[in-house]
Design a binder for this molecule. Sequence first.
Ligand code: SAH
Length: 340
Amino acid sequence: MSALIAMDEAQLAALVKECGQPPFRAKQLREYALKGTPVEGMSSLPKSMRDLLVAKGVTALAATVVQSKTSAIDGTTKFLFAFGDGNVVEGVLMKYEYGNSVCVSTQVGCAMGCKFCASTLDGKVRDLTAAEMLSEVIAAGSAAGGVNHVVLMGSGEPLDNYGEVTEFIRRLCVDLGMSKRHIALSTCGLCEAMDRLSKEEYAPVLTVSLHAPNDELRKRIMPIANRYPVREVVAAAKRYFDSTSRRVIFEYSLIDGFNDTPECAKELAALVKGFPCHINLIRLNPVKERGLAGSSKAAVAAFSDALTGYGVSNTVRRTLGADIDGACGQLRRKFLGGEK
Ligand code: SAH
């Protein structure tokens, strides 16, 4: 391991010793790493030490930005991060009135197989480590003057990488001083892991991908529905609310003629009735390989109005970065040559 961000206190102390430097340098290294300062720029270290670190192949972060694209429409920046083993993932920095939000990937690829998602087309390659995910946040934030919110909504199923993901969230809170209320984790609904997460000291805001109001439809687009019936997923979301007192958010991507009918709105409203939750509606971002189309603007508005009529709190999410391959997994596929 040659990234400072991945080293614990003992490893930093050992490195400082190897460089023939006094122990207080370990704290400096840690602070620089958390800011994402490149080794060459760690100006309070002696030049000889910086040269030695560079010669040893030591870097501040465990990810490097290999490509970034900024939307001319809304300033959203999409990043491609590369890791030591050559794997790449995507991350997005979004600018809102309330601050900067970074969307991070938690795995290279994904094993969940959702039919509308580009991240899962080639399955899962590997889990990311906590230090790698933290590096995504720091690298994206250092270009934009800091990060206020983190969402685990890039490629990967965060609850399928439970240990590293919860360690990552802990480090966001402890090392970067972020509030757990400013961290949102999105899952396709792994019920046991949702229950486990609800008991964590640093339990984040939970977002659950529903995308269909019943198992019959859900199974057609989300293989995980064969393992967990949608009623169990909603019951686990309710328990998450009971345990954390945080309102749960459901994601619902509207697919033309598939899950955007008035009947679906009615069924969805009945499904989530009875506890404080919120539904995020988003028009499906079409992925070439998938052959599914997003609902029309009128259908999205009608669906939202219907939910409101049933008393269900909901918002239609703006699509940011439409000109920079904003949808999950698409920039990476272009980069790897998977999509022309
Ligand atoms: N594995 C997590 C995180 C996935 S990405 C999960 O399933 O929640 C975050 C959200 O984007 C999920 O709700 C996912 O279903 C949705 N998503 C994936 N591809 C999409 C697409 N092409 N258009 C719209 N939403 C998409």
